[in-house]
Write a protein that binds this ligand. Structure first.
Ligand code: SAM
Length: 353
């Protein structure tokens, strides 16, 4: 059920631009936090085998759009420069365009560059929304697509008829000027590792950036084992066997993907290897769940109730102080694969990927 918030949301007017917050947000390990992922719903219209159970959950939690908008304004005033709207499936969320529009009016506090606003979507509803999202101020889009073969795609998403819709969504995003489109592909042993070579060709022919992601233990079904992960070394070896890869430099220090092109410079592949080659030392991310909880790591055992604080009447300054305190607890790193590793308190669909 959707959570209801009180008129407290209107306590301070929505302003464009950041309001004097002084010092850039840093965690207790000295890492600057510039990247916020916001789940705007934990509903999803796909049931990807590596993410959800096969059941349709009746329960979901969302905040009013005005609540996310206020929180985003506060975060941007603290030094957030990139916001990724995600879910669940964010395109299911009523009011998404309004949120993008309001967010696009914010100005980062510590740089002259415009705020970078991205969405991660499964693309099912994108064909009709790509242009409105671009017009609302969206900067970039990532589309999840775990196979270039329709049958494999359906076996993973467990929803028939999606493949062509996602293809149409990719084209619509490109036509709307949201390119270069990034395609996220989670590789799952026994499901789609056969697609690696075909995805390389897809990147070249469709002019998209394909990013292979190692499967992490964040699924509802608790099926993850080390054996289900297709590691970066194997992906690189297989791609190299088809066409030699050429490494590309990272776009920025906290880039999660190792980037490659091919000898002729056509196509781009990213490999995100949080399991076999963790990149926690450069982590600049924090997360807000759809019910307004701050999470300092995907693998946190706890989250922190920012929406609750707002409900109790906190001012923007109160929220800033509270956030500064909470991020001190950001974990140094995750412990996937180590003895005693505990799966996080929530699964990916609830945290927001
Ligand atoms: N519904 C949207 C989508 O499909 O892109 C946004 C939410 S989804 C949780 C965000 C991203 O997380 C997707 O690219 C998805 O493939 C990835 N993801 C989900 N579960 C994962 C897992 N256990 N390990 C790695 N990536 C995962």
């Amino acid at each position: 059920m959707a959570t209801t918030l009180l008129p407290i949301l209107e306590a301070e007017p929505l302003l464009s631009g950041a309001t004097g917050s002084g010092v850039r947000l840093r965690d207790g390990h000295g890492r600057a936090l510039t990247d916020l992922r916001v789940s705007v719903t934990d509903r999803c219209n796909y049931k990807c085998v590596y993410c959800r159970t096969g059941n349709d959950g009746a329960q979901y939690s969302e905040l009013p759009i005005a609540a996310y908008a206020r929180m985003l304004r506060v975060f941007v005033s603290l030094g957030i420069e990139k916001i990724r709207l995600t879910g669940g499936e964010p395109l299911l969320r009523t009011g998404l365009l309004e949120l993008v529009r309001e967010t696009a009016e914010l100005r980062p506090a510590f740089t002259d560059a415009p705020l970078d606003i991205a969405i991660t979507t499964n693309g099912h509803l994108l064909a009709g929304m790509a242009q409105p999202l671009k017009d609302a101020g969206l900067s970039r889009i990532t589309i999840s697509m775990d196979a270039v073969d329709p049958e494999t795609f359906t076996r993973i998403t467990r929803v028939p008829g999606g493949f062509e819709r996602v293809r149409a969504g990719i084209r619509a995003a490109q036509d709307a000027g949201l390119g270069p489109v990034k395609i996220n592909c989670v590789l799952l042993r026994g499901f789609n590792e056969s697609q690696i070579e075909a995805f390389a060709e897809f990147s070249r022919s469709e002019r998209v950036i394909v990013r292979f992601i190692e499967f992490m233990p964040l699924e509802e079904d608790r099926t993850w084992t080390p054996e289900t992960v297709v590691p970066m070394s194997e992906i690189v070896a297989r791609l190299n066997a088809v066409r030699p890869l050429v490494a590309l430099p990272p776009n920025h220090a906290s880039e999660t993907a190792r980037r490659f092109t091919f000898e002729d410079g056509v196509g781009e592949i990213g490999i995100i290897a949080p399991v076999s080659e963790p990149f926690c030392g450069h982590c600049s991310r924090i997360r807000l769940t759809s019910d307004g909880k701050l999470r300092t790591c995907l693998f946190s055992q706890t989250d922190h109730d920012l929406a609750g604080l707002m409900l109790r009447g906190a001012s923007d300054d109160d929220m800033r102080d509270w956030i500064r305190g909470m991020v001190q607890q950001k974990e140094a790193r995750h412990h996937i694969g180590e003895p005693g590793f505990l799966k996080p308190s929530r699964s990916m669909v609830h945290i927001g990927g």
